[in-house]
Write a protein of this length. Structure first.
Length: 91
């Protein structure tokens, strides 16, 4: 979706990141090939899949539910910039 947003913004005459910042998710390989390269959140999909399977097997064995957190990584690329309005910078 974010890659499509880059195209739509360009067609609307808006510049990324000068006018609008854009961020994607999943760190698709295309994120590095867009112009500008797309900042993204990279969720460790293999880790999520492994943990999901572990939790499912534990549930089948009747084990107690446990909470698991997975921490995504922020990948900074050129599609982001600081807010120009000083009021927005303090939020």
């Amino acid at each position: 979706m974010a890659i499509g947003a880059l195209k739509a913004l360009r067609e609307a005459g808006l510049r990324v990141p000068e006018d609008v910042s854009v961020i994607g998710c999943d760190n698709l390989y295309l994120s590095e090939t867009t112009w500008p390269p797309l900042a993204t959140i990279d969720t460790p999909k293999r880790q999520v899949g492994r943990i999901a399977m572990e939790l499912l097997l534990e549930a089948f064995r009747g084990e107690d539910f446990r909470r698991v957190e997975v921490h995504p990584e922020f990948v900074l690329r050129e599609s982001l910039s600081r807010a120009r309005d000083p009021l927005l910078r303090n939020r």
